[in-house]
Ligand binder design. Structure first.
Ligand SMILES: Cc1cc2nc3c(=O)[nH]c(=O)nc-3n(C[C@H](O)[C@H](O)[C@H](O)COP(=O)(O)OP(=O)(O)OC[C@H]3O[C@@H](n4cnc5c(N)ncnc54)[C@H](O)[C@@H]3O)c2cc1C
Length: 410
């Protein structure tokens, strides 16, 4: 029998994602929590060569972190590693409404769709719960005056969707044919035929795209402060970016590490004012400093760990090298539209929707296919706006199917 070992820590969104993926496959794993035990922490670093959680081993094969396991899953290579062959469970099912994505947009669409009698099936994808699972405090969700944790909020949404009768499916869509009805969505464990589709695939974190960044991933380069910040307790770290995510990461890390340097390619932040004020207070205290108008051009290291970054002036073109123990990248997200590019109209990577005030605002360029949340929103990109557009998409789908049924009957 396959032996799976996963090193995790308390409060680790990517550990939660890895556990959810393995559980969805019915795989048993031995979890080793490194939060408080120095010896197992040293064992994990020794075995994996990485300072990042989770670290997953299948038998003696080092898979890596969640992203590495997700890449195997997307390529259809995880099942054979787990000893699962032939997709015994693979089947084709037909639904009135399929919602793709389990973030606020997807769950909201499912809740409204179920209440409209569309018996939705929701396909969770690899990032169960979506982006909110990677953050701690959500302070702007209406009704959450006492503060909410991102993962608690999406867990409540998931439970709510389930209670309305939504069929929740742990699968990832790998190809889509939206050129004819019923629409056809192929996942790793099933094929879904759909009379209507709501695409709520959100966005995924961007990296800088430097070869040296890839080489040091898990060895000081991270996109998750809550997962990996504690490996750099009392050390110096850099956060790259200037939006909400970057300042949130900097604020979180400032409680753990000795000093945070924010490297930003512009001369001002684009984050909300409240976050800028909090960061400024730490700059005044000396815990945080900011290097403006610079971008990282190379990650450098000693003995497989990050030790320096080469920076290039975005205005001046000058070069400088700064010492650091880690680089946390928080430069925004790319919309997950790759699967739909052949069938649907996109603009700057985002799905194009009808908009306007005469209904069907969430319809894409194909009637019957709707889009909600960050995947179609280059501007607002908030949990509450995503949830709102998910509701709109479900109402649009319901109207579309009703009109269609009436037209056929007439
Ligand atoms: C660090 C951080 C902090 C944030 N803090 C806040 C905050 O405090 N307040 C706030 O309002 N917003 C916040 N946001 C923004 C907010 O999280 C997003 O706007 C919101 O999650 C977008 O929701 P969504 O449903 O459109 O997509 P996402 O949350 O991105 O979810 C996308 C879903 O699609 C699924 N998916 C993708 N591809 C596939 C596929 N091929 N097959 C099946 N499923 C797929 C994924 O698994 C995922 O479940 C934060 C974002 C980040 C990164």
């Amino acid at each position: 029998m396959t032996k799976i070992t996963m090193y995790t820590k308390d409060v680790c969104p990517f550990c939660d994602r890895a556990k959810a993926l393995l559980k969805a496959k019915g795989a048993q794993f031995n979890e080793i929590n490194i939060s408080t035990d120095e010896d197992v922490r040293a064992e994990m670093i020794e075995r994996s060569g990485r300072k990042s959680v989770p670290q997953i081993f299948i038998d003696d094969h080092h898979v890596g972190g969640f992203d590495d396991m997700a890449a195997l899953e997307a390529a259809g290579e995880l099942d054979p590693l787990l000893g699962r062959y032939g997709h015994e469970t693979f089947k084709e099912t037909h639904h009135k409404l399929v919602v793709i994505g389990s973030g606020p947009a997807g769950y909201s669409a499912a809740i409204y769709g179920a209440r409209a009698g569309l018996e939705p099936a929701l396909i969770s994808g690899l990032e169960v719960g979506g982006q909110l699972t990677t953050t701690t405090d959500v302070e702007n969700w209406p009704g959450g005056a006492d503060g909410l944790q991102g993962s608690d909020l999406v867990t409540q949404m998931r439970e709510h969707a389930q209670r309305t009768g939504t069929v929740l499916l742990n699968d990832v869509i790998v190809s889509a044919d939206l050129s004819q009805r019923p629409f056809k969505l192929v996942g790793n464990t099933g094929t879904y035929l759909a009379d209507s589709v709501i695409i709520a695939t959100g966005a995924s974190a961007k990296f800088l795209g430097l070869p040296s960044e890839t080489a040091f991933k898990g060895r000081g380069v991270s996109a998750c402060a809550t997962c990996d910040g504690f490996f750099f307790k009392d050390r110096n770290v850099v956060v790259v970016g200037g939006g909400n995510s970057a300042l949130e990461e900097a604020l979180y890390l400032s409680n753990i590490v000795s000093h945070v340097t924010i490297v930003h390619r512009r001369d001002h932040f684009t984050a909300e004012q409240v976050l800028q004020d909090r960061v400024q207070a730490l700059v005044d205290k000396g815990n945080v400093d900011v290097i403006w108008d610079h971008e990282v051009s190379e990650v450098m290291g000693d003995a497989g760990e990050v030790s320096q970054l080469r920076l290039r002036g975005t205005q001046s073109g000058d070069e400088q090298i700064i010492a650091t123990d880690a680089m946390f990248v928080a430069i925004g997200h790319d919309p997950n539209t790759r699967l739909f590019k052949d069938d649907l109209k996109t603009e700057s990577g985002y799905l194009v929707t009808e908009g306007g005030k005469s209904g069907q605002a969430t319809q894409t360029s194909v009637p019957g296919v709707f889009a909600a949340g960050d995947v179609a929103d280059p501007v607002y990109r908030q949990a509450v706006t995503s949830a709102a557009s998910g509701a709109m998409a479900a109402l649009d789908a319901e109207r579309f199917l009703t009109w269609e049924a009436q037209a056929i009957a007439a």
